[in-house]
Write a protein that binds this ligand. Structure first.
Ligand code: ZN
Length: 355
């Protein structure tokens, strides 16, 4: 259940009730791709103000497999995560990571990049895996296209298939949750596709909004288009959402500039690997979304913390830019850990400033 607490122009602050607890929005959800937010303990994640951790269905299905995770007590127990978790559908990874794949109406057959085994993923299979993992929020399986020149040709086909697959995802979800009490059911998000075609996007949003989904996800952005194109589509969609009490989730977007743009166009939830991936390469955000490369030689003698306006563990404990630069230079993983804490906290503070 979702409740808008306050709305100012397009910006909404809200409260989402999941079976694992309340989530205040807008919110940024870091990606715990393989069950863990890379190089961070659950306590460190908690210290940043994160409310929801995302896990990737594709990666967990390949390794160690949902059966193993279910036997070990489900994704929360497995990952030692106490609060809400969300799993994606696996669609984005199937389409972006699997080099050899064959798409049919039934689903996608692809080769496991590690073992070479053929694996089949369909809307039903994706929902089954996500239910077995035990996430509190799940996403319908969609057909994702890149927005580079080649991918754009497939926009209409992917748009049409996404809705057929959404109906199948929902039917499977309803079948698997039939016996559950309403408050025990995970929330299912339907995905809006349509590339950069405004007519298709509008239609896609209308279709998703007429279905009994618990949340609206905007997919297929941040996949090769320019920032102006992405922002233009968020502007276009901003006044087309219906007034049903459902959260809006922008998939795979995590640059502060884009998160701000999204929040100001009515988006409630975001996820991305960007803050932690950037951090591991020494790239951090500081006040006013400035990008700072900690590996730069000019920081060798710098006694100041990453950002003196920041209340994250790394800045509050006084780890200097000089220390962090040195740790990055010698390949010490602590540097990536501290920078990850800082970057995630940066996005959480950004979201908090809008609530
Ligand atoms: Zn910090």
């Amino acid at each position: 259940m979702f409740r808008v607490i306050n709305q100012n122009e397009m910006v909404r602050s809200g409260e989402l009730s999941t079976r694992a607890g309340q989530v205040l929005t807008p919110t940024f959800m870091p990606d715990g791709t393989r069950g863990a937010v890379k190089s961070l303990t659950p306590e460190m994640v908690f210290s940043t103000g994160v409310q929801v951790v995302l896990a990737n269905t594709y990666h967990l299905h390949l390794q160690p497999g949902e059966e193993v995770i279910a036997r070990l007590g489900g994704i929360h127990k497995f990952a030692n995560r106490k609060g809400p978790m969300l799993t994606d559908s696996g669609g984005f990874q199937v389409f972006s990571l699997a080099k050899i794949r064959k798409i049919t109406e039934e689903g996608v057959r692809f080769k496991d990049p590690k073992t070479g085994d053929y694996i089949f993923m369909s809307p039903e299979k994706s929902i089954q895996i996500q239910m077995k993992l035990g996430a509190d929020m799940i996403v319908a399986f969609d057909d994702v296209t890149a927005l580079d020149e080649k991918g754009r040709d497939r926009t209409l086909e992917a748009f049409e298939r996404t809705h057929r697959w959404l109906e199948r995802s929902l039917a499977e979800y309803q079948r698997l949750t039939k016996e559950m009490d309403e408050e025990d059911k995970p929330i299912i998000f339907g995905v809006v596709q349509g590339g950069l075609n405004k007519d298709l996007r509008k239609k896609s949003l209308e279709i998703v909004q007429t279905l009994p989904v618990g949340g609206i996800a905007i997919g297929g952005l941040s996949v090769g288009e320019t920032r102006e194109e992405m922002h233009g589509m968020l502007d276009f969609l901003a006044d087309k959402y219906d007034d049903s009490a459902r959260p809006r989730f922008l998939l795979g977007v995590g640059d502060p500039i884009d998160v701000r743009h999204g929040i100001e166009r009515g988006i409630d939830m975001f996820d991305c690997v960007l803050p932690t991936r950037n951090a591991r390469h020494g790239l951090v955000w500081t006040t006013d979304d400035e990008r700072v490369h900690l590996t730069n030689e000019k920081f060798a003698d710098d006694a100041s913390v990453i950002d003196e306006n920041c209340d994250c563990y790394a800045c509050q404990q006084g780890f200097s830019r000089g220390f962090l630069r040195h740790q990055f230079k010698v390949g010490e993983p602590l540097a990536g850990t501290l920078a990850s804490i800082h970057n995630i906290r940066y996005l959480e503070r950004l979201c908090e400033s809008y609530r």
